[in-house]
Ligand binder design. Structure first.
Ligand code: M6R
Length: 608
């Protein structure tokens, strides 16, 4: 889960390497490094911690060289130290890697027996040593790489720089993305079009098993069998501008506040607003009447969007939905029916587990729809139909606006399915569309609770743990709320379906644990109130998020009640998500946490 860049340039290359790494920090930020060719030497610079530490080091003494590679790391094997940072180099070759070399122990033992001197704890370091062993036997750089690749098991995107070869860059990938960028007398390799955007918009995506041999004027791609293959070159539409925080202190705050706008933008992409009808921008390659079951597959926040959508598909379209976290889907050997539908949800479109699940679903003969935010991503490219979320770049590691836009798209898709299957009349459809059209305004109204939530966050900040409860669609929102809090504030938190509390978690309740209850006044409100009573009876401190009617009917002592605008309950999660995002954000700020780049995490999780 790392970011890779390689450049054969016409000027000193270090500035461009660092600029690309900045755009790749979403893939990992625990250490970073660059290697350039200085005359006949490979010059390697690496630093532990955020990219700014490397920048600082380079500012004092920038390396020369017009060819170079760079890396930003999310540690898998070996601590996030300078010694484990990439590039890893031997005498003649430097390598940057994204992925995991699964057989690194055997390879390392073999290479050490033959005299290789390993300096890191990483899996990656076997790669330069392996290539070096072939170089020592008289292989050319290209032959050495091609001889090494079949010996590597696992997933990898690799970029190689060779001592004494100023006009050569080699890239290879398997189950991990890598793209070639074509410039004017320059050539690039990068993890994705986002990294390459300021350098070029002309991109060739490598396919699994490809090895690209690049000079400043040539690009030859070899397929798995070793013969030359042709890959399509396309124009990328990714913006070359780096997103900025506007006047906000953190990207997360900016992204939370963008939600009324991006929710509206996403909605109008999928609706005929004037006619109050759903309007998919393209025809889907199946009829919902032929689908017996939907499998929704995603990770983290995206999977909670899927959990919420399950309620919508089942209620509005009378379609059964199975929901799987992507890392489990392929391995549990669920019986799948050819012609059924898999919906994969991913902000980045690069999550390795989700991508692998998508490929598995395709192999099993399912139709595949992806709901993705990054339109150029691998998941978008490989799925049968793509339903983009128009959230714009999401930089904060905690997903906020992408989640809301995923819900928007899934809501429209559920209404589409209901209509196609004859479960929703025209009047039902137009009522639901009216409710959806209200959501951006209601999100804006929910944001007005921020000052109250900011005050509450100072209390939350001292909690050792927190519990979130909800029923119906508020149950998966409780899971999402707990994830949001724990990932950025490091307070242990769990979300439960409120009715489950009595089956174990209630043992956790005491005066020190805040219990956040998400309860719009809906058909399960009374049941949720009973669960709240159970918490109150045990001294739990309740933070109730509800509407005016809920606040007046609850009749339970709360620490704080946050009152949201009144709305029809169906799409309430898109509005009730706002206070829980704000609570997580302000709690993390109050604790002095690194909100946008929390410890141990990365925005895009490209390893399984
Ligand atoms: O890019 P994806 O949507 O596929 O990412 C999935 C999860 O890694 C992601 O939602 C993660 O859980 C976020 N940090 C949650 O805020």
């Amino acid at each position: 889960m790392c970011g890779i860049i390689g450049i054969l340039g016409r000027d000193p290359v270090v500035g461009k390497l660092v600029a690309s790494l900045k755009r790749l920090e979403y893939r990992g930020y625990d250490s970073a490094g660059v290697a350039t060719l200085e005359g006949l030497r490979i010059e390697c610079r690496r630093a532990e911690g955020k990219l700014r530490n490397l920048e600082e080091q380079l500012r004092h003494c920038p390396p020369a060289g017009q060819s170079g590679i760079g890396h930003t790391r999310w540690a898998t094997h070996g601590k996030p130290t300078e010694g484990n940072a990439h590039p890893h180099a031997t005498e003649s070759v430097a390598v940057v890697h994204n992925g995991i070399i699964e057989n690194f122990r055997e390879l390392r033992a073999e290479l050490e027996r033959n005299g290789a001197d390993f300096k890191s704890e990483t899996d990656t370091e076997v790669v330069p040593h392996l290539v070096e062993s072939y170089l020592k036997n008289g292989y050319s750089p290209q032959d050495a790489v091609q001889a090494s690749l079949p010996r590597l098991r696992g997933a990898f995107a690799l970029t190689f720089l060779f001592k004494g070869h100023d006009d050569l860059l080699i890239g290879a990938c398997k189950a991990s993305p890598l793209a070639v960028g074509h410039g004017n007398g320059e050539v690039y390799l990068g993890s994705d079009a986002i990294a390459l955007a300021p350098l070029t918009d002309t991109i060739t995506y490598l396919e699994d098993g490809d090895c690209a041999v690049l000079t400043r004027t040539t690009c030859v791609i070899y397929g798995t069998g070793g013969s030359v293959v042709q890959r399509e070159t396309s124009k990328s539409v990714v913006s070359s501008l780096l997103a900025d925080k506007a006047n906000y202190r953190h990207f997360m705050a900016k992204e939370i506040h963008e939600q009324p706008t991006v929710a509206g933008k996403t909605l109008t992409h999928y609706l005929d607003v004037a006619a109050k009808r759903v309007a998919m921008p393209m025809a889907l390659p199946f009829d919902f009447n032929s689908i017996q079951r939907i499998s929704i597959i995603a990770c983290g926040t995206a999977s909670y969007a899927g959990h919420i959508a399950k309620y919508w598909f089942e209620r509005l379209a009378r379609l059964s939905v199975e929901i799987d976290v992507a890392s489990e889907f392929r391995y549990r050997e669920a019986p799948l029916r050819r012609g059924d539908l898999a919906i994969v949800i991913s902000q980045s479109g690069e999550t390795a587990d989700t991508l692998a699940a998508l490929r598995y679903a395709k192999d099993q003969g399912l139709h595949t729809i992806s709901v993705v935010n990054v339109a150029t991503s691998t998941i978008a490219r490989e799925s049968e139909s793509v339903l983009p979320t128009l959230a714009g770049p999401e930089i904060g590691v905690a997903s906020t606006k992408a989640f809301i836009c995923q819900l928007m798209v899934l809501a429209v898709l559920a209404v589409t399915a209901g209509k196609e299957r004859g479960k929703l009349s025209k009047i039902d459809e137009s009522n639901l569309v009216r409710e959806l059209i209200e959501v951006p305004r209601l999100i804006a109204a929910a944001l007005l609770a921020e000052p109250q939530i900011e005050k509450l966050a100072h209390l939350m900040a001292d909690a050792r743990a927190a519990i979130y409860l909800g029923r119906g669609t508020s149950a998966p929102l409780a899971f999402e709320a707990a994830l949001k809090l724990k990932e950025i504030s490091y307070i242990h938190s769990e979300g439960y379906a409120a009715g489950e509390l009595k089956h174990g978690p209630i043992a956790l309740i005491d005066e020190a644990i805040p219990v956040v209850v998400i309860a719009p006044y809906d058909r399960v409100f009374d049941k949720t109130v009973s669960n709240m009573q159970e918490v109150a009876a045990r001294g739990g401190k309740i933070i109730l998020i509800t509407d005016a009617k809920g606040a007046s009917e609850a009749a339970v002592d709360t620490l704080v009640t946050i009152v949201l605008p009144t709305m029809v309950a169906t799409f309430a999660p898109m509005v009730y998500a706002i206070p829980v995002q704000l609570l997580a954000y302000h709690t993390a700020v109050a604790r002095g946490a690194d909100v946008d780049q929390p410890r141990n995490l990365a925005k895009s999780v490209t390893v399984e």
